[in-house]
Design a protein around this ligand. Structure first.
Ligand code: RBF
Ligand code: MG
Length: 449
């Protein structure tokens, strides 16, 4: 029992400090563990030498910052796994069982039926116990990511190597940042931040990316071991979960069916859902459980009518996704009700005899942060129908019925187009529902394509 957590209060202080992103030098000072000076397994000194290997020369400031942060996290997590793991990752087994239950919420691949899969993304490997619990409880595929290769290697020892195709049920390990997980790895049925979100360089961005990697109806779990002091201390705002989820399509678990106001009441809805989502975990830590609503239907449709103005000329030529830009000047009241992000609905050109019927569409309301010229809010409508011409100056009508996701900054055009294709697929599915057609059926004739 000599490594039991309760006998080593300094290690708890150390964990808490690491959660707040304290520099490693401070962590080393915080460690008064009697063995820290004697045993290599407990020593935290020496990590700073690794930190100094920061970004390659010539990288821009943002990349340099990211590299430095990744190096720091990597060093910290290498040390965690090199040390006494029941000290650096206390209660891992119990937490793994608890989090697997929360993440799966009773779902299992067996219950989903023949040919289905149940995919979970785990951010933070530890020694693999959470992945093990997930597989035992009914996940079919678990992707475990971490910055520490040593930690991933240690966790992988718990499992058979995956089949080459990756189709058979398996656990895979990948050294990457959550922001760099490719969409084709998903979509996931659940994401678990396994005591890692608070130490992300930008926790809000990490959560945003994660919420885009999951499919509608899935679960997002944030677990932190010793976060109480961080949450309650306004001097440490890095984990304001309420603020983080305010603009994301996330609902406190169990409340998603009631529907979140996606139009205008974002701040309040987020705050409510964050506190409603929070529970204490099995071991005195904090756990937030969110659901991505099965259908992001808005309570009230937003109707827009405006002239088509010229955009950046990038949609058709560079992206292969032509968009009609609706004049934002006359849509101020609607813009006030719509958070920035991607919507789906129906659009038509009422004055054009050929295109006066409603077609499915996706709508981006935002500032295109992926591009340098992205400033000023635009309302861009991609109509899922071949029109064979542009329609500058014509009047467009558009009804936004649901919210897909917040706007994001992508690494480049290819990633953006990839995500837009996913948006289009999701939108098409949602809009096939009878209730969706009903929203415009009375207004005009229906166009099936
Ligand atoms: N631009 C972004 O920078 N980030 C986004 O997440 C984003 N999502 C979009 C989703 C859809 C469905 C559409 C049609 C456009 C989106 N855009 C986004 C805007 C895109 O950058 C823009 O259409 C082109 O730059 C042409 O102006
Ligand atoms: Mg355009």
């Amino acid at each position: 029992r000599q490594h039991a957590r309760s006998t080593h209060p300094p290690d708890r202080a150390l964990m808490a400090a690491s959660v707040r992103g304290t520099p490693l030098a401070a962590l080393t000072r915080a460690s008064t563990h009697p063995r820290a000076r004697r045993s290599a397994g407990h020593r935290l000194g020496g990590a700073s030498s690794r930190i100094s290997r920061a970004a390659p020369p010539g990288a821009d400031a943002a990349a340099e910052q990211k590299a430095a942060h990744v190096a720091e996290i990597t060093a910290r997590r290498d040390e965690m796994v090199a040390g006494c793991v029941s000290c650096t990752m206390p209660d891992e087994g119990d937490r793994g069982d608890f989090l697997a239950d929360v993440a799966l919420g009773g779902r299992s691949v067996e219950a989903k039926g023949e040919g289905s899969s149940l995919r979970v993304l785990v951010v933070g490997a530890e020694t693999g116990k959470l992945a093990k619990s997930l597989m035992h409880r009914g996940a079919s595929h678990v992707l475990v990511i971490d910055h520490s290769q040593a930690m991933l290697d240690r966790a992988a020892e718990l499992f058979d190597p995956p089949s080459t195709s990756g189709n058979a049920p398996c656990v895979r390990f990948l050294r990457t940042d959550v922001g760099d997980v490719k969409p084709y790895e998903g979509p996931f049925d659940a994401v678990v931040f396994n005591d890692t979100l608070a130490s992300e360089r930008d926790p809000a961005a990490a959560l945003r990316v994660a919420s885009c990697l999951v499919r509608p109806g899935s679960t997002v779990v944030i677990s932190q071991r010793l976060l109480d002091d961080v949450v309650q201390n306004p001097a440490l705002p890095s984990m304001d979960v309420a603020a983080m989820v305010a603009d994301l399509p996330l609902e406190a678990a169990g409340t998603a069916a009631e529907g979140k106001a996606m139009d205008g009441e974002g701040g309040t809805a987020g705050a409510t859902s964050a506190s409603a989502a929070r529970t204490e975990d099995c071991c005195g830590g904090s756990c937030w459980t969110f659901e991505v609503p099965p259908l992001y239907a808005m309570r009230d449709a937003v109707e827009m009518r405006a002239r088509v103005v010229s955009g950046f000329g990038r949609g058709s030529r560079q992206m292969g996704v032509p968009t009609a830009n609706m004049d934002p000047a006359v849509l101020a009241p609607q813009l006030e009700r719509m958070r920035r992000g991607v919507y789906f609905g129906f659009a038509r050109l009422p004055d054009d005899p050929d295109d006066a019927s409603w077609s499915k569409c996706v709508i981006n309301v935002g500032q295109r942060p992926t591009f340098a010229d992205g400033d000023g809010v635009t309302i861009e409508v991609h109509v899922m129908r071949t029109m064979g011409r542009d329609f500058y100056g014509e009047t467009m009508e558009c009804v936004a019925l649901g919210y897909l996701r917040p706007e994001m900054r992508f690494a480049g055009l290819r990633e953006l187009v990839g995500r837009i294709m996913t948006d289009i697929g999701l939108a098409r599915n949602c809009l096939d529902a009878e209730s969706m057609r009903g929203a415009v059926d009375g207004k005009n004739s229906w166009s099936a394509d």
